[in-house]
Design a protein around this ligand. Structure first.
Ligand code: NDP
Length: 503
């Protein structure tokens, strides 16, 4: 009998669905089927793939209420938040399908002077089958950041959703299969970490992983057995910086939403805030006022839901405990705010920079707020993290300047997490936040390999790549190199003329 596991509603423990635990053999079989599907899918034109993906987008859009409800049940997040992540996903799918040809299709490039007789082209070919290992916090938006772009680039996908959100993953594959019933271009395998590990070891062209840094390392090690490249999107400890001239109400709104929306379970969510000392008190009051109106619960009035992964509650509690034990103060929430399933908004100040609440990913509705003397200190503290996914700056005059100094993959200026909703912008981090990019042209190219072609148009004046090359041609080559790379200041005029004549 097939082993199964239950997907539970984190708000109340109800069973939402029961799914098979797929072992290595089943994962390998899915990947084998995907290779056949990939042959068909990659053989379609960009326009044909766009048509399929657009039809799928329409199916999902028309059933948005159904998918939102499933996301709500499996993650506990409010229906409105579930719908938001789905709408953003649809926008990305649309962009990926619409831009794949322009970004990946064959184009001519200059062959350069030495090889002027050649026609040079580059195109980006699909890798075949992509293994996607997804998280539970945004079970539609996040994995689709890989799936949509991988499909648009001409790959088949085998997707292992988190064991907390298998229903959402299955729904995505089922609706795709309604559009493409004859070819398993998008398949789902369900199970826990072992199933994910089997996918990372399988015969795939690339693994796109989203989750913790620790698991990302395991995935990378497993993929290394076959020299399979990986993308690791591994969360962050994102900072929001508030300059002295910032709109404090807007900055507080961004800090509270960026830190507490989705109960803080956002890889690019705000976890730390650094505020110019001149506006610190006013900013903190504004945050307390706004955050005080946010409540976690399962009723329709609650703005945030439960903590989706039960073990995360312990992590959040340990970060709050550590902050308080080391001299931090909870101006809102605190240890009592951490319940069994729900965590109420918590605002911590005076927290030492080396405490867990500042150094490690909390993934709960908590914020640390610290006072800084100037923006140099704010940038230095923000950049001190080993994570480097996103960041946010609020400043009227110097937003772009401060943003440029932040060593993170993305920065939002005078708004929060906006970069994730712009399909043409790449999304990903550096450091412990991982590497590789989803979204945008980079996200399409991520699921391809570059194919370069040099076609000889006419015979070259000097045949460089042949044993028939003469000493005279070697001399001409030296002169040409001097002309091209010798530096204009020292270049004597005579050889230049000579070379021109000899061409
Ligand atoms: P994990 O990194 O353990 O899980 C992410 C995905 O990887 C899940 O699908 C998981 O499956 C799968 N997985 C687990 N073990 C392996 C393995 N050995 N090989 C391949 N795949 C594997 O994250 P958690 O869900 O346990 O969350 C832990 C922490 O990670 C959170 O506290 C948070 O800080 C961070 N996180 C960051 C996310 C982000 O968006 N960047 C998303 C989720 C978590 P399964 O769920 O079935 O175990």
């Amino acid at each position: 009998m097939t082993e199964t596991f239950d997907s539970l509603n984190p708000a109340n423990g109800d069973v939402v669905g029961t799914y098979p635990v797929h072992g290595a053999d089943e994962v390998d079989a899915a990947v084998d089927r995907a290779h056949e599907a990939a042959t068909w899918w990659s053989g379609l034109t960009f326009a044909e793939r766009k048509e399929v993906l657009t039809t799928w987008k329409g199916v999902m859009t028309r059933r948005i209420a159904q998918l939102s409800h499933l996301v709500h049940e499996e993650t506990g997040k409010p229906h409105g938040d579930a719908q938001l992540e789905i709408v953003l996903m649809l926008d990305h799918l649309s962009w990926a399908a619409g831009h794949a040809r322009k970004v990946l299709g064959r184009r001519s490039v200059s062959p350069g002077m030495l090889m002027a007789n050649q026609a040079a082209t580059v195109e980006y070919k699909p890798l075949g089958v992509i293994g996607v290992i997804g998280p539970w916090n945004y079970p539609v938006f996040t994995p689709m950041g890989s799936i949509a772009y991988a499909l648009a680039a001409g790959n088949a996908v085998v997707f292992k959703p988190s064991e907390y959100t298998p229903g959402v993953g299955t729904w995505l594959a089922d609706t795709f299969a309604e559009v493409v019933p004859d070819h398993p271009v998008l398949q789902v395998v369900t199970g826990g970490g072992e199933t994910g590990a089997a996918l990372a070891r399988a015969r795939v062209g690339k693994v796109a992983f989203t989750g913790s840094t620790a698991t990302g390392k395991k995935v990378m090690a497993a993929a290394a057995e076959r020299l399979t490249p990986v993308i690791v999107e591994a969360g962050g400890k994102d900072a929001l910086i508030v300059d002295e001239d910032a709109d404090l109400v807007a900055a507080a709104d961004a800090a509270v939403w960026g830190g507490m929306a989705n109960a803080g379970q956002t890889c690019a969510g705000v976890e730390r805030v650094y505020v110019h000392e001149k506006v610190y008190d006013d900013f903190v009051s504004e945050v307390l006022e706004q955050a005080g109106r946010v409540r976690a619960g399962s009723d329709s009035q609650a703005q945030i839901g439960p903590i989706t992964m039960p073990s995360q509650v312990g992590v959040i509690a340990s970060h709050v405990d550590d902050a308080l034990a080391r001299g931090g103060r909870a101006l809102l929430g605190g240890r009592d705010a951490v319940g069994e399933r729900f965590v109420q908004p918590t605002v911590l100040v005076d927290v030492p920079e080396d405490s867990l609440a500042v150094t490690d990913e909390t993934f709960g509705p908590t914020l640390t707020i610290a006072k800084v003397a100037d923006m140099d200190e704010a940038v230095a503290r923000a950049n001190a993290s080993r994570y480097a996914l996103g960041s946010t700056v609020f400043s009227s005059a110097r937003g772009a300047e401060i943003a440029a100094r932040l060593r993170t993959g993305m920065t939002a200026v005078n708004s929060v997490i906006s970069f994730a909703a712009i399909p043409s912008l790449p999304f990903g981090g550096v450091g412990d936040s991982g590497f590789g990019r989803i979204h945008g042209p980079d996200g399409l190219k991520e699921f391809t390999f570059a194919k370069a072609t040099a076609r000889q148009r006419v015979k070259p004046p000097m045949l460089l790549t042949s044993f028939s090359r003469t000493a005279k041609e070697d001399g001409q080559l030296t002169q040409l190199a001097t002309l091209l790379h010798g530096g204009s200041k020292t270049l004597p005029k005579a050889p230049r003329k000579g070379l021109r004549r000899s061409r």
